[in-house]
Design a protein around this ligand. Structure first.
Ligand SMILES: Cc1cc2nc3c(=O)[nH]c(=O)nc-3n(C[C@H](O)[C@H](O)[C@H](O)COP(=O)(O)OP(=O)(O)OC[C@H]3O[C@@H](n4cnc5c(N)ncnc54)[C@H](O)[C@@H]3O)c2cc1C
Ligand code: FES
Length: 512
C-alpha cells in the first residue's frame, strides 16, 4: 500500500511500517467508537480500553497515516503561542492549567512507554527558545515571567543555546521536554489496545457520524458501528460543518532533515520566536556504524492552499539551517504537513458544539499536537466516564474567547476573500497546457474543473468546488494534492479526500 496520499515522505514513514488492520465490513458495537487513528484517537482508545471500555477505532488510511506521520514530535510544555499570550487570553489560571496539562501529557507518554515497553526512542531533553539575530530579547523576559506565574518555575534564562557553530544569544531553557518516534509510539499503542480487547479497523472511511441515544457510524465499505459515545479525532472534525472551522485556521508547514556528523549538534529541542517560527531536533537514524544524526528543522508556514511554492520554502529552510550549521553533509528528507491553529492558542477537546451529548472532538492542536493529542486521551476518558477534570473548561470546544476576537475576524476575513476564486478565469486555458504529473483548475463557463494529468498522460477531471463549504481548490505541486484555501480540506490528485473538514471526495463532473 502507498504510504501516503501526499508525495513527500517523512523520516518516520521511512523508518517504520505503518500497521494495517482489516477493513470493517460488518455491523459491530462498542462502548466507544473512535474515528481517526492518529495520536489523539489512539491515545483516547488506549486510555479508555485501560479503564475497561470496549473500543472500536476506525481510520480510512493505516494507523498514524495522517499528520502524526508528518510531525516532528517535540513533546513540550513550552507552548508555541507563548504563555504571556495565553495568560492575556485565558487568564492566569488558564495559563497555569495549560502548563499543568502539557506537563502531565509528557509524563503520561513517558509512563505509557514504560508500562507497555514501547520501543519508540522516547527521550527527555532540554528545550531552548531564542530570538532571531538583532531582535530584542524582551520577549524572552516576558515569557520567563509568564511561565513562572504559570507554575513552571524550573525554566531559566541562559546566555545562549548549546550550539558550537552559531551564537543564538540569550535563550530560555525548558528542562524535561521530550521527543520520540511518533509512529513507533502509535505501533506500541495499537498493540496495547488490542491486548486490552480493542478493535482497530483501517482503510475504513467513516461516511456518516451521528450521535444520539446510540451513536451510529457508517463506513464506506458498508460496515456500521453503534456505540454509547463517539470520539471524532480526525485532526480537524469531519462531522462539524461550521462552528469549529471559524475558530481555527489551517496552515501548511515544511520540514527538512539534514545529515550532520554524529554528535555535532547537542541533542535538545530548539525554537525561535518569529511568526512563523523555526523548530529543530535531532533524530539518530540507522544502527551501529551506519547510524547518523539527522537535524530536523521545520518552519516556513503559510495558510493551506494559498501558496504553491513548496520548493522555495525548502530552499529557505535549507539556507537558514546551513548558516547556523555549516557542518551539514546533505539534505536527506523534505516533507510538509498541515497544522490547525486555534484563534486563542488552545486545542478544542470535549463535546462537539451543537451536536448530541455523546459526540466528542479533539482538534485545534497548533504546533503542540503530540501533547494536545495525549491531553485528549486523558480528558475525553474522564468526560466519557463522567469524572471531573480541571482542564475541561480551558479546552471546551464551545468556548468563545472575547480577547481573541481580532484574530478571529482576521482569519475569517481571509477565508471570505478566498471565495473570490469562484469568478476567476482558471489557472490554465486548456488541458493541453497541463504537463504530465501536474494539475490545474480550468474555468468551463461558470463551472470550475480540477484537472490532473497523470504521469502516463491520462487526464482525471473532478469538480474544483470543495464539498465542505464551496471554496475552489488549488493545485499543490509539491504534494500532488488539491488544497482548499478556505478551511484546509485536502484531496489527492484524483479527488479523493485525505484531510477534513470535507468528508467527501471532489465531485465527479456530471454529479455536481
Ligand atoms: C510538519 C509538522 C510538524 C509538527 N511538529 C509538531 C511537534 O513537534 N510537536 C507537536 O506536539 N505537534 C507537532 N505537529 C502537530 C501534530 O503533528 C498534529 O497536531 C498531530 O499529529 C495531530 O494528531 P491527530 O491524531 O489529531 O490527527 P492525525 O494524526 O491527522 O490523525 C487523524 C486520522 O483521522 C483519519 N481520518 C480522517 N477522516 C476520517 C474518516 N472520515 N474516517 C476514518 N478516518 C478518518 C486520518 O486518516 C488520520 O489517520 C506538527 C505537525 C506538522 C504537520
Ligand atoms: S475546507 Fe471549507 S470550503 Fe473547503
Amino acid at each position: 500500500m502507498k504510504k501516503s496520499s501526499e508525495q513527500s515522505q517523512s523520516v518516520w514513514m521511512d523508518t517504520t511500517e505503518l500497521p494495517l488492520e482489516s477493513t470493517l465490513a460488518a455491523k459491530v458495537s462498542a462502548d466507544v467508537c473512535i474515528v481517526g487513528a492518529g495520536i489523539a484517537g489512539m491515545s483516547t482508545a488506549y486510555m479508555l480500553a485501560r479503564e475497561g471500555k470496549s473500543v472500536v477505532v476506525l481510520d480510512d488510511g493505516p494507523i498514524g497515516g495522517g499528520m502524526t506521520a508528518r510531525t516532528t514530535a517535540h513533546l513540550v510544555n513550552a507552548l508555541d503561542d507563548r504563555y504571556f499570550e495565553l495568560e492575556r487570553l485565558h487568564g492566569k489560571e488558564g495559563a497555569r492549567l495549560a502548563a499543568e496539562s502539557h506537563s502531565a501529557a509528557i509524563n503520561t507518554v513517558e509512563a505509557i512507554v514504560k508500562r507497555e515497553a514501547i520501543k519508540c526512542e522516547f527521550e527527555r531533553l532540554d528545550g531552548f527558545l531564542f530570538v532571531p539575530p538583532r531582535k530584542s530579547s524582551k520577549v524572552l523576559d516576558d515569557e520567563l515571567a509568564a511561565v513562572h506565574r504559570a507554575g513552571l518555575t524550573d525554566i531559566e534564562k541562559v546566555e545562549r543555546a548549546p550550539w558550537d557553530s552559531y551564537d543564538t544569544g540569550p535563550a530560555l531553557r525548558f528542562p524535561r521536554q521530550a521527543q520520540f518516534h511518533p509512529l513507533k509510539y502509535l505501533a506500541g499503542l495499537a498493540e496495547a489496545i488490542k491486548v486490552k480487547g480493542g478493535r482497530i479497523y483501517t482503510q475504513t472511511h467513516a461516511t456518516s457520524i451521528q450521535g444520539g441515544k446510540k451513536a451510529r457510524i457508517e463506513t464506506r465499505g458498508g460496515g456500521v458501528v453503534t456505540a454509547d459515545s463517539v470520539v471524532v479525532a480526525t485532526n480537524t472534525p469531519v462531522n462539524d460543518l461550521i462552528v469549529i472551522h471559524t475558530k481555527q485556521a489551517s496552515y501548511q508547514t515544511y520540514v527538512i532533515g539534514a545529515r550532520v556528523p554524529k554528535g555535532s549538534v547537542t541533542r535538545a529541542l530548539y525554537w525561535d520566536t518569529p511568526d512563523p517560527y523555526h523548530y529543530l531536533r535531532i533524530e539518530t537514524v540507522g544502527k551501529g556504524a551506519a547510524a547518523y544524526d539527522l537535524l530536523i528543522v521545520g518552519g516556513e508556514d503559510h495558510k493551506t492552499g494559498q501558496q504553491d511554492d513548496g520548493n522555495k520554502r525548502f530552499a529557505a529552510l535549507e539556507r537558514w539551517t546551513r548558516r547556523r550549521f555549516p557542518m551539514i553533509e546533505g539534505i536527506a528528507y523534505r516533507w510538509s504537513g498541515e497544522v490547525m491553529e486555534p484563534v486563542d492558542g488552545l486545542a478544542f477537546i470535549g463535546r462537539n458544539p451543537t451536536d448530541a451529548k455523546n459526540v466528542y472532538i479533539a482538534t485545534g492542536d497548533s504546533g503542540n499536537g503530540m501533547t494536545h493529542g495525549t491531553i485528549a486521551g486523558i480528558l475525553l476518558t474522564d468526560l466519557i466516564l463522567k469524572r471531573k477534570n480541571a482542564w475541561e473548561s480551558i479546552y471546551e470546544p464551545s468556548r468563545i474567547t472575547l480577547r481573541a476576537l481580532p484574530k478571529f475576524v482576521r482569519e475569517n476575513l481571509n477565508v471570505a476573500m478566498q471565495y473570490t476564486d469562484l469568478v476567476f478565469a482558471g489557472d490554465a486555458k486548456s488541458a493541453e497546457e497541463i504537463k504530465p504529473g501536474a494539475g490545474a483548475v480550468l474555468a468551463r463557463g461558470l463551472r470550475k474543473v480540477a484537472l490532473y494529468r497523470d504521469p502516463k498522460g491520462e487526464i482525471h477531471e473532478r469538480s474544483a468546488v470543495c464539498p465542505h463549504l464551496g471554496g475552489i481548490v488549488n493545485w499543490n505541486t509539491l504534494e500532488n494534492t488539491w488544497d482548499c484555501p478556505c478551511h484546509g480540506s485536502r484531496f489527492d490528485a484524483t479527488g479523493r479526500v485525505i484531510q477534513g473538514p470535507s468528508n467527501n471526495d471532489l465531485a465527479e463532473i456530471d454529479k455536481e
